[in-house]
Write a protein that binds this ligand. Structure first.
Ligand code: NAD
Ligand code: MG
Length: 394
């Protein structure tokens, strides 16, 4: 029996995870669920999955949840509140598997706590890895934890690696990774129209149904930039060995190019329940509820190189991956602040890369040696981003 903590259970990945879990009550038991402040959704999940713990980061939301829980048939659930409670439930001895599906930097400390506890970490929260770099990978290795990628591309790459491959190691005989990208909603929009796109247009992804932050990242292609950094860390590959490929159908989820000329790929319908089920059951296979791929319906698969002029965030991310140090931390923090400002209609879509570039030039770079130095750099980058946004909107 796998015992689960789902961090970010009310989000898009969290909901898909619970959907897969509910199909296999004999294999998985939910021990802890967490969310930021969505009381109604977490309450319904408590009734349905009957965890031992439910964490609401927001104190007011936690007290509302407590009232509802106390009056319900799930009154055994212990309601906790605050960010520290996330790390507590992620490292419980009763838990062996943690789905890291909080969005953004807020997921770093609980994900790290899960790794330090030696748990199996199913990593959706790419920002946690990008900002902490080798520190999270080291925590996994030092504590005999297991890390499995949920991001569909990284999950596809892992599935296309040699059978004895371990995440974090260099794979033998691999020449290149082909990291696929849909190109998002603005792949063919005339570039001069990008200035005026609205948050609603940016979050309307053509192939994937996702949370708002990652949807904007897909529209700027920063998502692919973050994924390139993620791939460097997970597969121990230099940035130059990772080729980003625009593949608008989102049927091939990435490919591995071997020395002998073989190229292995993983295909499937664009539904996150496939990589989630793969990682939950690994090394076995379970039903995920995803429709089988109808290859005759797909008919054609297209590929093209990314357009750097249209997607300036891509180059910022590739440069950060190559230069290393705290650049990925600064890139990620600047992006989080900029995306939030865009979603609040405080800045334009095309301001997002400008904010990030300003952060990269303002924040002093270093080689991070501990998590506190990472958190300090993250905070400095957020200050720089907010200051630049104030200046932009003045
Ligand atoms: P989402 O916005 O739908 O859900 C985010 C979850 O995190 C919610 O449960 C929310 O309550 C919680 N949360 C938000 N802020 C928090 C905070 N400050 N503290 C604690 N909890 C907080 O996001 P999502 O689309 O499910 O994405 C989650 C992560 O998975 C992201 O890192 C994203 O990049 C990654 N990911 C998502 C997809 C996808 O298809 N949605 C695909 C690949 C990777
Ligand atoms: Mg992805």
């Amino acid at each position: 029996m796998k015992t689960l903590c789902v961090l970010g259970s009310t989000g898009s990945i969290g909901v898909s995870t619970l959907d897969v879990v509910a199909r296999h009550p004999d294999k998985y038991r939910v021990v802890a669920l967490t969310a930021n402040k969505n009381v109604d959704d977490l309450y319904q999940q408590c009734l349905r999955h009957r965890p031992e713990y439910a964490v609401m980061v927001d104190a007011g939301a936690a007290s509302d949840l407590q009232s509802k829980i106390s009056a319900s048939s799930a009154d055994h659930v212990q309601v906790l509140s605050g960010a520290e409670a996330l790390a507590k439930v992620a490292s419980l001895p009763d838990v062996n598997t943690v789905m890291a599906a909080i969005v953004g930097a807020a997921g770093l400390l609980p994900t790290l706590a899960a790794a330090n506890a030696g748990h199996t970490v199913l990593l959706a929260n790419k920002e946690a890895l990008v900002m902490s770099g080798t520190l999270l990978m080291q925590a996994v290795a030092d504590n005999n934890a297991v890390l499995l990628p949920i991001d569909s591309e990284h999950n596809a790459i892992f599935q296309s690696m040699p059978a004895d491959y371990t995440i974090g190691q260099q794979a033998h005989g691999v020449r290149k990774i082909l990291l696929t990208a849909s190109g998002g909603p603005f792949r063919t929009l005339p570039i001069e129209k990008l200035d005026a796109v609205t948050p609603e247009q940016a979050v309307a992804h053509p192939n994937w149904d996702m949370g708002r932050k990652i949807s904007v990242d897909s529209a700027t292609m920063m998502n692919k930039g973050l994924e390139l950094i993620e791939a460097c860390l997970l597969f121990s590959m230099p940035a130059k060995a990772i080729q980003i490929v625009i593949h608008p159908q989102s049927v091939i989820h990435s490919m591995v190019d071997y020395d002998d000329g073989s190229v292995l790929a993983q295909l499937g319908n664009p539904d996150m329940r496939t990589p989630i089920a793969h990682s939950l059951a690994w090394p076995n296979r379970i039903d995920s509820g995803v429709e089988p791929l109808d290859i005759f319906q797909v008919k054609t698969l297209d590929f093209e190189p990314p357009d750097e002029a249209r997607f300036p965030c891509l180059k910022l991310a590739v440069d950060a991956a190559e230069l290393g140090g705290t650049r990925p931390t600064v890139l990620n923090a600047g992006n989080e602040v900029a995306v939030e400002a865009f979603l609040d209609s405080r800045i334009r879509f095309t301001d997002i890369p400008k904010v990030i570039e300003q952060c990269l030039s303002d924040v002093e770079q270093s080689m991070p040696d501990c998590i506190n130095s990472i958190l300090k750099v993250d905070a400095n980058a957020r200050d720089a981003a907010n200051e630049f946004i104030t200046h932009l909107t003045r």
